[in-house]
Design a protein around this ligand. Structure first.
Ligand code: IDP
Ligand code: MG
Length: 149
């Protein structure tokens, strides 16, 4: 089973969308294995967004992502990395299709409510920024056979 790192950004928390957005992934059939409510330090933000360092939007991105608490999560499931990205929609919410999370809840690239890892390597790297090994729960979900063959 694959794992990914998903994070509800400060705008989602401030707007009261935590429960609603988490619900998308529960209903889809993915399983929550770790979750933390925290505020990123500038150092954590720099590590998380290292690939974007030096880009014009980077200072604004770090200011935004550190501006308030976030919900950091690990979700598990079949093809969860790709499917979660599809569910999130395009980075620019104006281009995100209706029926996606960003297409439903956001209008601005700099306020796009959710982060999701874009590859297995990214998922591993990002999960290690937020979680220790003991933070992950391997729990049996009784409905599992009704979600995957
Ligand atoms: P992603 O979140 O869909 O993977 P990335 O290209 O990795 O998109 O960018 C990371 C985050 O940086 C975006 O989610 C968005 O919050 C912010 N960002 C990216 N490009 C821009 C931009 O052109 N203006 C403002 N913010 C941006
Ligand atoms: Mg990205």
């Amino acid at each position: 089973m694959e794992r990914t790192f998903l994070m509800l950004k400060p705008d989602a928390v401030q707007r009261g969308l935590i429960g609603e957005i988490i619900s998308w992934f529960e209903k889809k059939g993915f399983q929550l294995v770790a979750m933390k409510f925290l505020q990123l330090t500038p150092e954590m933000a720099a590590e998380h967004y290292a690939e974007h360092g030096g880009k014009p939007f980077y200072p604004g991105l770090v200011a935004f992502i550190t501006a308030g608490p976030v919900v950091a999560m690990c979700w598990e499931g079949q093809d969860v990395i790709t499917v979660a990205r599809e569910m999130m929609g395009a980075t620019n919410p104006a281009k995100a299709l209706p029926g996606t999370i960003r297409g439903t809840y956001a209008v601005d690239t700099g306020r796009n409510v959710i982060h999701g890892s874009d590859s297995p390597a990214a998922a591993e790297r990002e999960l290690a920024i937020y979680f220790r090994p003991e933070d992950f729960f391997n729990w049996d979900r009784s409905l599992a056979p009704w979600f995957t063959e």
